[in-house]
Design a protein around this ligand. Structure first.
Ligand SMILES: [Zn+2]
Length: 257
């Protein structure tokens, strides 16, 4: 072989190697885009309620894969009766992409009207949950009610009774109560109804039009059960990537609201 053909062969080999490497890299799991985003306009807060439950294991893995902050509002009663849920909870505690917050011990036993008639009982229920889960937290979400109570001049309620309970949580323990601006809904088979792109566009529209509790911020509600579905995980992963790739948006823990 001449010197010239040797050089051509070497160059060809290099090109093929580069192409193969590029293909290999692009087949890898999507890596989060950790941009600095110095000029971001919007803060996005993903939250999930009612865990630990079936789905919590998948939730845990999703945030590890995509490395995004997720705030959880936890309910103690199911966990106090189930060894597997206790294990899921221990995994939550080790996961640095999760912020653990309080959603009451009993979840009002799903009798909301009755529950909120007794605001002292509501406060006790939240304290019981805080102590059981050893929560080092000051954020709450009321079961079954979209109520905001960030301080004595900054609140919005669905009904007088639930608002009174939120006011008491703040006055007695400085617990801030968070509602939500947008919910990722599921159908009767627990499948997320819309595509990731549709959710992304709707969320951006709410932000642009200032139709959220606080302008420039959006709190998104999900539930732990919806993570127990492969298609839902794919949709949520895509949604997170859309926001991570958007210079206008930053994903944050809710204690930075
Ligand atoms: Zn709930």
């Amino acid at each position: 072989m001449s010197k010239k053909s040797l050089i051509i062969a070497a160059v060809l080999f290099l090109i093929i190697d580069c192409v193969l490497m590029t293909v290999k890299l692009s087949q890898k799991k999507p890596k989060p885009i950790h941009k600095e985003k110095p000029h971001y306009k919007y803060s996005i807060y993903f939250t999930s309620d009612d865990g630990p439950l079936v789905g919590s294991k998948d939730l845990n893995q999703l945030v590890l894969d995509y490395e995004f902050p997720l705030t959880l509002f936890l309910v103690g009663r199911p966990l106090s009766q189930d060894k597997t849920l206790k294990e899921y909870y221990q995994e939550y505690r080790k996961n640095r992409y999760l912020l653990l917050e309080n959603h009451s011990f009993s979840h009002a036993n799903f009798h909301y009207k009755h529950y909120y008639k007794d605001s002292d009982g509501v406060v006790k229920d939240f304290i019981k949950n805080r102590d059981l889960l050893e929560l080092n937290s000051s954020l709450t979400r009321l079961p079954g009610r979209n109520v905001w109570y960030l301080n004595n001049n900054d609140y919005k309620g669905e009904s007088n009774n639930s608002l009174t309970a939120a006011a008491k949580l703040y006055k007695e323990y400085q617990f801030k109560t968070f509602g939500w601006d947008y919910e990722i809904r599921v159908n009767s088979k627990r499948k997320i109804i819309l595509s990731a792109l549709k959710h992304y566009k709707r969320i951006k529209t709410l932000l642009k039009e200032g139709k959220t509790y606080k302008k420039g911020s959006i709190v998104i509600l999900m539930h732990d059960q919806l993570f127990h579905n492969k298609e839902n995980l794919k949709t949520l992963g895509e949604l997170v990537l859309l926001f991570q790739d958007d210079d206008e948006c930053k994903l944050k823990f809710l204690n930075r609201y």
